[in-house]
Design a protein around this ligand. Structure first.
Ligand SMILES: C[S@@+](CC[C@H](N)C(=O)[O-])C[C@H]1O[C@@H](n2cnc3c(N)ncnc32)[C@H](O)[C@@H]1O
Length: 228
């Protein structure tokens, strides 16, 4: 079982060239998660955007390229540096990145029209969820939309150690619904370059793959808005 009271992994290590993932963590797929790319294509993302736990921030960069002002808030210095470099390389001065803890950050009260969580929720310790919800709610403008793409239970083997804090629908609704008006929770997929084969660190359930060979892992996509 994963230890829900601590970080599933060492995030600084995850981004290091000499870290456990050799500088290529499974969630770095070089583009936004397809479920979130579909939201963008459908015109669901409005105004100034917060990319919560942005990592290397392909989501922020894609949104900035479409003209949105985007702020990525991210715990690890290495990821903030990589995202900042990528924005500079792509000439995207409307994307900025801040190193901070999403469970307690301040300084953006009422600022964001859209908040997107691309696989952050399950990356937090369970006891960090409430602080996270409070912080992003404070940073949301009235009527702001909030999207969360999060692993569903069954993505990882139940007995595996150091896995993300995957959720069932009821616990996701309970954590988010305390602060937000939930519009929808639906089944979705997270696409990831998971290590596979006999030498992989863990044997995963038999999930399907996309046409680029990435694993399609069970997830939820939650949509909510700030009512007050
Ligand atoms: C699974 S990765 C997803 C990264 C990115 N959103 C994506 O879709 O590629 C989770 C990210 O959340 C960051 N993170 C974990 N805990 C955090 C916290 N308390 N505050 C801010 N970021 C955090 C990690 O460093 C990591 O970059």
């Amino acid at each position: 079982m994963s230890d829900s009271t601590s970080n599933a992994i060492d995030w600084e290590d995850a981004y290091r060239e000499d870290g456990d993932f050799d500088g290529a963590p499974p969630w770095n797929i070089g583009e936004p998660q397809p479920e979130l790319a579909a939201l963008i294509a459908a015109g669901e993302v409005h105004g100034t955007v917060l990319d919560a736990g942005c990592g290397h921030a392909e989501l922020s960069l894609a949104l900035a390229a479409r003209g949105h002002t985007v702020v990525g808030i991210e715990l690890t210095a290495a990821a903030v540096a990589a995202a900042t470099r990528a924005a500079q390389d792509r000439g995207l001065s409307n994307a900025t990145f801040v190193q901070d803890d999403i469970t307690s950050f301040t300084g953006f009260d009422g600022r964001f029209d859209t908040i997107i969580d691309s696989t952050l929720f399950h990356s937090l310790p369970v006891e960090g969820r409430d602080g996270y919800q409070q912080s992003v709610h404070r940073a949301a403008a009235p009527g702001a939309r909030y999207y969360i793409l999060v692993f569903a239970k069954g993505a990882f083997p139940a007995e595996a150690q150091h896995t993300p804090n995957e959720v069932d629908e009821a616990e996701l609704r309970a954590a988010v619904g305390k602060y937000w008006e939930i519009d929808e929770v639906r089944p979705a997929f997270i696409h990831a370059n998971m290590p596979e084969g006999p030498d992989a660190p863990m044997q995963l359930p038999p999930h399907d793959h996309d046409d680029q060979g990435r694993m399609k892992m069970p997830a939820f996509l939650l949509t909510a808005h700030r009512a007050d």
